[in-house]
Ligand binder design. Sequence first.
Ligand code: UD1
Length: 354
Amino acid sequence: MKSCILVTGGAGYIGSHVVLQLVERGERVVVLDDLSTGFAESVIGAELVVGDVGDTGSVLRLLRERQVDTVLHLAARTVVSESVSDPLRYYADNTCATRSLLWCCAQAGVANFVFSSSAAVYGVPASGVADEQAPTVPLNPYGASKLMGEWMLRDLAAASGLRFAVLRYFNVAGSDVRGRIGPATRNATLLTKVACEVAAGKRRHLAIYGTDFATPDGTGVRDYVHVDDLARAHFDALTYLRAGGESVVLNCGYGRGYSVREVVRAVERANGGPIPVVDALRRAGDVPLLIADATKIRRVLGWVPRYDDIDTIIGSALAWELRLDARAGALAIGPRSEGEAVPRTDAMRVPAVA
Ligand code: UD1
């Protein structure tokens, strides 16, 4: 039987893009997802097993039955502010579940492990730019929960034959450039998603969380990476590991930052008109500036981004958001957050798909 890749969280925003690229490259993929934030409809071309990463009996059986040689572990809670208000949930669903999954991998003799980590492990890097050697001093429980996952993986690899690639994602944005899948998260918190929902008439306004940061225009600066490029990095990472590459920790970003106001301007360009914004207080756990030094991933994996352009990223995000209305039934979009609901207007422009 052809070797099989297990993708946890493969029904989620990033996971579904990863799965699609693997399937398109002829890989045999099984997805494990509890559908707490993901959607079965987002899994294209792969088997979906609905279940919990922390359920050791089921996971071990799955690894053995499907003869999984590589695990891509993306299932996680990802909202920084929620991790501040409910830290134990993050340590349970991110840290403890990862420990459980790693135990199963060790039992089943899994050879390769790609771990979805985060730029949040760095906290506030001195210059705002972090390479992989930068101190890891997470500022919030989300970052800490991911960093502990990295440590467990490193230690297990040292004690066994497992090899790994840790991908520290910076700010993932956009959607499949062919428009098949995209973020459908209920009550989304991601800037690019929220701003596109405003442009699509699904929210009244965008709140800019913090205008007094020590950044050029006072708003937070992030390194936005297109989800298709990020998905490609997963494929490159598993190709690298299968070829015998050593375990490695890699930043996944483009190495340049945009402020919240710059992102808003890109949304307005895609939208063909202004979107309503209001200045608001800083959000708990947010750092002022976070940009990747992304030289290592290009060198080690030969990763070549294809969509490193803010207008391409936002164009794909807005095109998806406008299309999402038509798919709302299929993707089971929940009620909008209170006070945010506005009737869908017909006056929105549909940008060309990038
Ligand atoms: C995101 C990821 C996090 C990852 C981090 C890496 C999610 C939910 N968050 O967090 O997992 O570790 O990138 O850098 O995937 N903003 C607004 N208004 C809004 C929303 C956001 O002003 O309505 C601002 C934020 O204050 C921040 C910037 O936009 O300055 C980006 O925020 P967001 O898109 O939520 O991502 P991060 O918090 O950076």
